[in-house]
Design a protein around this ligand. Structure first.
Ligand code: UGA
Length: 464
């Protein structure tokens, strides 16, 4: 198939990336959403999510006439749907009761569109859905002339466009070989390996991959803890492990825990699926438990740095949190480990002030129970410790000499091991990472006067 007529329902980061990228591959794409205001913004080329190159692809697609954005309530939507060859469902499947994915939105979309779909059309699930969903949707469609295909996405937030255009693999599952091949053909120009399979296997690939990544991360965090106790350096341990091609260098960086809108939801869902099939999936359970413990470990580490003991009180302690999003390169706060750590710190009585390059202090949508400042330097005023929770590269470029004049105590807890340690210690700070030997300021360092100014510091430089 050279160019296909595609409708994508749902313009979240998966739907919009899918739509914009398919349009960039030459397909004729309609992106539809129930949120008419969002459609208005998209039509004007404005996108709400922070995703490199996405805005550019949307604008290019709109200008070239290969991309159209439409509200599902508009009459035009019905006309466009009637001409579709392939319809992607990219609506949310949030975690519902008991950890199971909630398919309410997906099912209601299927009911809304089933009468309008043209004969011979293919409906594709792109969202992560429980095993058996494609079969269930086929029943719900009540259309023998429409095929259902599972084509899970493997996009990471922050690199979604790159991941879409340079995929490691394309997975397509269907009971109808022809429909599966039709969907696989959409990606033909990407030259990626294609796994053609049945729907249950395609659906399971996604969970199996995400849960494996979660296990790998929990393992990396546990190894970091062991490094702390053994006096080893996790950076070297991870590098040494990662050269083994069976292991690989990626996803070995310790942190405050894994989070985001996918891994927590998918690990819970796989556990539920296994439970429902009378299989106790202990490995996944252990990965989740290790992740929850990781938040607490980070709090203990902060406690130790600030009070000198893992049992010290954090009451009256002021902490500057750098980074709130679940990882760098996104403005997504959903299930952020930084927020989980912040909640524990608040519970322990600490006073928090935060800064994140992607969180606008004026935007009340974040609804955070502590102040967010517009500069790292403002957040650091009077802090007993600076705590890095997200691996924003901007934090490496901070002026630590300047920070040293603002904090009450020059101590840094770098839960992402992201900082330029020599620069930090040269400025007189102690540095404590995860799984790496702590570093103190050189004895010769002349410490600044640590009485932080009451008000914000004088002129601030470029925001970081
Ligand atoms: C994840 C998967 O990586 C994608 O392949 C998948 O398509 C996506 O879920 C999804 O199901 O839609 P994403 O949630 O965007 O992508 O985030 P990741 O890049 O996987 O990061 C997850 C968490 O692990 C973050 O909190 C991140 O900070 C943490 N992480 C990642 C580490 O702590 N260390 C690492 O070395 C890597």
């Amino acid at each position: 198939m050279s160019s296909a007529r595609v409708v994508v329902i749902g313009t979240g980061y998966v739907g919009l990336t899918t739509g914009a990228c398919l349009a960039s591959l030459g397909h004729s794409v309609v992106c539809a959403d129930t949120d008419q205001a969002k459609i208005g913004r998209l039509t004007g080329g404005r996108i709400d999510i922070l995703e490199p190159r996405l805005s550019e692809l949307v604008t290019d697609g709109l200008e070239a006439g290969r991309l159209t954005c439409v509200g599902t309530a508009e009459t035009a939507f019905g006309h466009l749907l009637r001409r579709a060859e392939i319809v992607f469902l990219c609506v949310p499947t949030p975690m519902g009761a008991g950890g199971l994915a909630d398919l309410g939105i997906l099912e209601s979309v299927v009911k809304q569109i089933r009468e309008t779909l043209p004969p011979g059309c293919t409906v594709v699930t792109k969202s992560t859905v429980p095993v058996g969903t494609a079969t269930r949707l086929a029943q719900l469609l009540r259309r023998d002339d429409v095929s259902v295909v599972s084509n899970p996405e493997f996009l990471r937030e922050g690199t979604a466009v790159r991941d879409f255009l340079h995929p490691d693999r394309i997975v397509v599952g269907s009971a109808c070989r022809e429909a599966a091949e039709q969907v696989a053909a959409l990606y033909a120009s990407l030259n990626a390996p294609v796994v053609l399979t049945d729907t249950a296997s395609a659906e399971l690939v996604k969970y199996a991959a995400n849960c494996f990544l979660a296990m790998k991360l929990s393992y990396a965090n546990a190894i970091a803890e062991l490094c702390d106790r053994a006096g080893a350096d996790v950076a070297d341990v991870a590098e040494g492990m990662g050269y083994d091609r069976r292991i690989g260098q990626e996803f070995l960086a310790p942190g405050p825990g894994w989070g985001g809108s996918c891994l927590p939801k998918d690990t819970s869902a796989l556990l539920q699926l296994a439970d429902s099939m009378d299989f106790e999936f202990r490995l996944v359970r252990a990965a989740i438990d290790t992740n929850i413990r990781q938040h607490k470990r980070v709090v203990d580490k902060i406690r130790e740095v600030v009070t000198g003991t893992r049992l010290g009180s954090l009451s009256q302690v002021r902490l500057a949190l750098l980074g709130l999003t679940f990882k760098a390169g996104t403005n997504d706060l959903r299930d952020s480990p930084a927020l989980a750590v912040a909640a524990l710190l608040r519970e322990a009585g600490a006073e928090l002030v935060a800064f994140d390059p992607a969180v606008d202090p004026a935007d009340s949508r974040a609804g955070l129970p502590f102040p967010v400042k517009d500069h790292a330097y403002h957040a650091a005023c009077g802090a007993d410790a600076v705590v890095v929770l997200t691996e924003w590269p901007e934090f490496r470029k901070l002026d630590w000499d300047r920070l040293a004049t603002l904090v009450r105590t020059p101590a840094v807890v770098d839960t992402r091991n992201v900082l330029d340690v020599p620069a930090v210690v040269r400025a007189g700070f102690s540095w404590t990472g995860l799984g790496r030997p702590p570093r103190s300021a050189p004895a010769t360092t002349v410490l600044p006067d640590h009485h932080a100014p009451e008000s914000a510091p004088g002129p601030v430089g470029a925001p970081v």
